[in-house]
Write a protein that binds this ligand. Structure first.
Ligand SMILES: [Zn+2]
Length: 76
C-alpha cells in the first residue's frame, strides 16, 4: 500500500471497521480511522501540519499510537 500522508510505500499492519494501522518508514506508525479514510476520497491532508501533529501526539503520549481521526485530521 501507499502511505496516506507521504505517498511512499508503507505497510498496513491492521485493518478493521474502525480503521487501519499504517507503518510508514517516513511518517512512523499511525492509525487512521475509517471515517477519515472516507473523507480522504474528497479531501487532502495538509501533510506538513498532519506530520507535526502526529509528532506532537507521540511526544504527548509515547505509549499510544498516533491517531488520525475526525478530530485530529488536518485538511488543506
Ligand atoms: Zn508516510
Amino acid at each position: 500500500m501507499k502511505c496516506y500522508l507521504c505517498g511512499l510505500e508503507a505497510k498496513q499492519s491492521e485493518a478493521d471497521q474502525s480503521g487501519e494501522l499504517v507503518d510508514c518508514g517516513d511518517c512512523g506508525t499511525y492509525k487512521i480511522s475509517s471515517l477519515v479514510l472516507k473523507e480522504l476520497a474528497t479531501k487532502k491532508f495538509d501533510y506538513p501540519k498532519m506530520r507535526d501533529d502526529l509528532h506532537r501526539q507521540r511526544q504527548f503520549n509515547a505509549t499510544s499510537v498516533a491517531e488520525i481521526n475526525t478530530e485530529s485530521a488536518i485538511w488543506v
